[in-house]
Write a protein that binds this ligand. Structure first.
Ligand SMILES: [Zn+2]
Ligand SMILES: [Zn+2]
Length: 242
């Protein structure tokens, strides 16, 4: 079993943290010991811990999960997502999707049950499921609506990340988060309005290279000018050593 902070995605060893256990509606958790993080640490089955990290980093926030345990009656491998995840673009091979609505919140989960009753075969099947999940998570497209990242458009001015602001300018973390979400939404709108086809990226790249070239040329000129200057400087009267 490994331990994973669901906010900063730091992975801890079982004996790494001396923090008291607490319990909530998801299960047993610990507060992340990092000063800069108010995340909760949950125990995740070893064979799917990398998959859970990838999914959360890609904006598919997970609510609970289990890799399945052989020798247990009617075990299954599943990953349940938070209610903010509204759809999964592609399902992992052999996995099914189910919906659960509790207190008005609908959560999606992907799951797969081993076919065999034999414990050794079940063990192999569960490991296969873990591998399928890992490869699927790597290929999965990002869920941008679930990400708190500043999308930087190369074509416009650089916008300072609100999280950086919060670190330096006493802005509350939640304020920063809200501001960043707003910025991201505006940015996404901005870029989607702009892009007329798949060529945009290429055009932008070309613009950047052009700009770079310009900069290179100007620096070359500046260098040659400074050389001239230094030549002139060499004409200055030398200091008397006496
Ligand atoms: Zn953390
Ligand atoms: Zn489990």
């Amino acid at each position: 079993m490994g331990k994973l902070c669901m906010y900063c995605m730091e992975e801890y060893r079982n004996d790494d943290i001396m923090v008291p256990y607490k319990i909530n509606e998801v299960g047993v958790y610990q507060d992340c010991p990092k000063r800069t993080c108010d995340g909760k640490i949950y125990t995740i089955d070893d064979s799917i811990i990398s998959t859970i990290t990838i999914l959360n980093s890609k904006g598919y926030h997970t609510y609970s999960s289990c890799a399945g345990h052989h020798l247990e009656h009617s075990t299954e491998c599943y990953i349940e997502f938070t209610n903010e995840v509204k759809s999964i673009p592609v399902l992992p091979v052999g996995f099914k999707l189910r919906k659960k609505t509790i207190e008005g919140k609908t959560r999606l989960a992907i799951y797969c049950k081993p076919n065999s009753e034999d414990p050794i075969d079940q063990f192999t099947e569960l490991l296969d499921f873990a591998q399928i999940l890992y490869e699927w998570a790597i290929e999965l497209d990002f869920n941008f609506s679930g990400l708190n990242i500043a999308v930087i458009d190369l074509g416009s001015e650089y916008i300072f990340s609100p999280l950086v602001e919060s670190a330096f300018l006493n802005v509350g973390k939640t304020d920063a988060k809200e501001k960043m979400e707003k910025q991201n939404k505006e940015k996404l709108k901005h870029t989607s309005n702009k892009s007329n086809g798949p060529d945009t990226g290429e055009i932008r790249l070309k613009e950047v290279t052009k700009a770079k070239r310009k900069r290179c040329n100007s620096s070359a000129i500046a260098k040659s000018e400074s050389k001239k200057e230094s030549k002139n400087k060499s004409g200055y009267p030398k200091k008397n050593k006496d």
